[in-house]
Design a protein. Structure first.
Length: 445
């Protein structure tokens, strides 16, 4: 399972800027105002070979003065408790202040691995000033600049060394794991009961009833299935508090350890930004996915085509996902869910011979050559499938920097058109070919 790392610190120390720098994209809102980050933002990040779920947080005030600050404090404290490691950000320009000391005291009591990032250390003078933060008792303060990208590799080196050791890969192909995810009150718990055939999970109309991820094991014909029910993600901006950390981290963990995510959406509120937000993380985690439009009994069945048009527009980044119109309350379409999810799981186990993959990619490149970038053009030396669950494909090329996202999408579409992979994400990796492979592999383009 991917370890979870939260970035914490008091307001306006540069947490979101550092998050963006590590994530490699401007994902979090960055503005030079205290309290800008309201929603908890997260990303799956490759850190020196370890895949980590990175979470940005709101500013932590040890003694909050208003209701908003008290709510943010509570959520960040939950994030700290649920995380495997913490990046504690301080502001070297402002120096050590009492609020930093209080946060440090809280972190020491929890016993979590902590990396102390002394941010905004752009100059030699500011880097020397980091020594004051030794007083926090959290080890060496690492001078970094989220804005300029300085010290980031040293920060990641320290963090990765503190993460829990990567466990051996579980027998993931033996027993499929299906995670039921979605916003609160869309009917996830009732869906578990409908699928299993008995009330094993408390069902209540109050949003957020399910507070923990609960595994339910049952048999579907001859296949033993693990069903994971999760706490839902709250809507963005709900009561001004954004995503609740307790439910957020549990949901991310459930997605990370599943094979196929069943994304439950409410037909009566169809489709919300939060639905697409969750779908985006499922894709980012490279999981299988089935879209369940629940409460279909409340909607005119003649609107199915209209709903599909909306899905095609709003969820086009997971166009491979099957869509089922169901009702956990009445049982409409429920019998189709597990068979469709298991088919997506089987697609994730598909392993194709290297020569078959290489032949297809040779034909794809021949039919549509990569576009030139300046005076250079992408050359694909060899392609092969590197693994399953998810299906992973490696392309040895002359220069990975020449790969345009549109051409990557073209190659993925050709793989899907030929071999299927319905219901599952596929992982595409482009690596620089060695001189040896360039001589012996034969160029595809």
């Amino acid at each position: 399972m991917e370890p979870v790392v939260s970035i914490v610190g008091r307001p306006n120390v540069g947490k979101s800027t550092l998050f963006n720098r590590i994530a490699g994209a401007p994902i979090a809102i960055v503005e030079d105002l205290p309290g800008t980050t309201r929603d908890r933002i997260f990303a799956s990040v490759d850190m020196l070979g370890r895949t980590v779920t990175l979470i940005d947080t709101g500013g932590l005030e040890p003694r909050p003065g208003d209701e908003m600050s008290r709510k943010i404090k509570k959520q960040v404290e939950i994030a700290i408790a649920e995380s495997d490691a913490i990046i504690f950000v301080v502001d070297v320009r402002e120096g050590l202040i009492a609020a930093d000391q209080e946060i440090a005291d809280q972190l020491r009591k929890l016993g979590k691995p902590v990396v102390l990032a002394a941010n905004k250390a752009e100059t030699e003078k500011l880097r020397h000033a980091c020594g004051d933060f030794y007083q926090l008792g959290l080890g060496d303060p690492l001078p970094v600049s989220g804005h300029h990208g300085k010290g980031i590799m040293e920060l990641l080196d320290s963090l990765v060394s503190k993460l829990p050791a990567a466990g051996e890969k579980a027998e993931e192909n033996v027993r499929p794991r299906l995670a039921i995810v979605g916003r609160p009150n869309v009917g996830k718990s009732m869906m578990v009961n409908a699928l299993v055939g008995q009330e094993r999970v408390i069902v209540d109309v109050t949003a957020g009833t399910t507070r923990d991820a609960t595994d339910t094991v049952f048999k579907h014909h001859d296949t033993e299935v693990v069903l994971v029910d999760t706490a839902g993600m709250r809507k963005r901006g709900k009561a001004g508090t954004g995503l609740e950390y307790y439910t957020l981290v549990r949901t991310l963990r459930a997605i990370n350890r599943c094979d196929v995510a069943l994304l439950v959406m409410d037909a009566s509120e169809f489709i919300t930004a939060q639905d697409t937000h969750i779908a985006g993380y499922i894709k980012e985690a490279c999981k299988g996915v089935v879209l369940l439009v629940n409460k279909w009994d409340l909607v005119d069945g003649d609107m199915r085509d209209e709903y599909m048009d909306v899905i095609d527009r709003r969820m086009k980044f997971i166009a491979h996902a099957p869509v089922l119109f169901v009702s956990a309350l009445t049982g409409l379409g429920v019998k189709d869910i597990i068979p469709v999810a298991l088919e997506a799981w089987r697609e994730r186990q598909k392993q194709l011979p290297d020569d078959v993959i290489n032949k297809l990619i040779r034909e794809a490149v021949g039919a549509h050559a990569p576009p030139p970038r300046g005076t250079r053009r992408l050359e694909v030396v060899r392609a092969y499938q590197g693994g399953t669950n998810p299906p992973s494909f490696t392309f040895l090329v002359n220069d990975p920097a020449l790969v345009h996202f549109s051409y990557e999408r073209y190659l993925e579409n050709r793989l899907r058109q030929t071999f299927g992979f319905a219901g599952t994400s596929v992982k595409m990796q482009f690596r620089k070919a060695s001189k040896r492979s360039s001589k012996t592999g034969g160029k595809v383009s």
